[in-house]
Design a protein around this ligand. Structure first.
Ligand code: PMV
Length: 311
């Protein structure tokens, strides 16, 4: 018996970092990249769980992993949610095409895929709300103080308007649009940039609160533009949001170079996406310009580009 589940990657369109401080943010799933978990029966003593994640060179029994290892935490969280202390022996195999530590939600997607596949294998598929809250617990290991936006958008697989601690709202895409994702190729743990913003907030809360409020206004305007299909308004809003993230100190030479290259080759706007410093940037483009912008990003040092249609 085998059970498989997948979960998409994600990008944050607007509002990263401010979302940790209870401002709104907009995020969408990226189905071009996926995490997949497959759980299969193993002929062994009940309770034995083997984890195979060849992409990160992991082949281990659950018992041999530290409790705070994210894959172990996803499995243990699922077992405890189902009150199962001695599951049938099984192998949990994880594959992912989502780049790690790049702002594409790889950790959240792996957790969601594992929780869904394992709970399905155990005959009790957990509802989305529970999958989401278990994945959030694992995110806390990756991020320290995550807002919860990554696990939420990845779990529901739909565009979201997210405010920490508030009921989730889905966003209707009034008119489809295209973004090019450019990967700096520089891994940048979100925990580090979130920690740096926290230190900046500690030393000058007024300044940071002001920037967060400005970001919140941009997010509201972007939501309205997306829902009304007013796509031409989105480019300038991306540029504004990027400037605010620069002020927060989470951009970098590489991200600034890529966003400038995107604008210079015809993108309507561009910003970093996710934790910043490294990871990804996004550029809003007309479909006709997408290849040219992607090429310009590569010429300016992007390790990889993805053209992504939203909606
Ligand atoms: O996981 P990333 O790198 O896409 O970043 C998550 C977005 C942050 O706002 C920086 C952190 C958070 O928990 O919301």
């Amino acid at each position: 018996m085998t059970t498989t589940a997948t979960a998409p990657g994600k990008i944050i369109l607007f509002g990263e970092h401010a979302v940790v401080y209870r401002r709104p943010a907009l995020a969408v799933p990226v189905n071009d990249v996926q995490a997949t978990a497959t759980v299969s029966k193993l002929m062994a003593v009940p309770g034995e769980i083997q984890i195979e994640a060849p992409g990160i060179g992991l082949s281990s029994s659950l018992a041999a992993l530290r409790a705070d290892h994210p894959l172990a935490a996803a499995i243990k969280g699922t077992l405890s949610a189902l009150s199962i202390s001695r599951p049938p022996a099984c192998t949990v195999h994880v594959e992912s095409t989502i780049p790690v530590a790049a702002g594409l939600g790889s950790g959240a997607a792996v957790s969601v895929a594992i929780i869904r596949a394992l709970s399905g294998f155990l005959g009790n598929p957990l509802p989305d709300e529970k999958v989401n809250s278990l994945a959030f617990e694992v995110e806390r290991i990756h991020h320290g103080t995550p807002s919860g936006i990554d696990n939420t958008v990845v779990c529901y697989g739909k565009p979201v308007y997210f405010v920490k601690g508030m009921p989730l709202e889905f966003v209707r895409i009034g008119w489809p649009f295209v973004v090019v994702i450019g990967d700096t190729g520089i891994p940048s743990p979100t925990k580090d940039t979130v920690g740096d913003v926290r230190r900046a907030w500690d030393s000058n809360p007024e300044k940071l609160e002001k920037i967060f409020n400005q970001i919140a206004i941009v997010v509201q305007e972007a939501r309205q533009a997306i829902e009304c299909g007013n796509i031409s308004a989105l480019g300038p809003l991306m540029d504004e949001n990027h400037s605010m993230l620069q002020e927060l100190g989470v951009s970098s030479l590489e991200l600034d170079r890529l966003t400038a290259a995107a604008r210079g080759s015809g993108a309507q706007g561009a910003k970093l996406s996710g934790g910043g410093r490294g990871g990804n940037m996004i550029a809003l483009v007309d479909m006709a310009d997408a290849d040219r912008v992607a090429q310009a990003l590569k010429s300016s040092g992007a390790r990889r580009t993805t053209i992504c249609r939203i909606g």
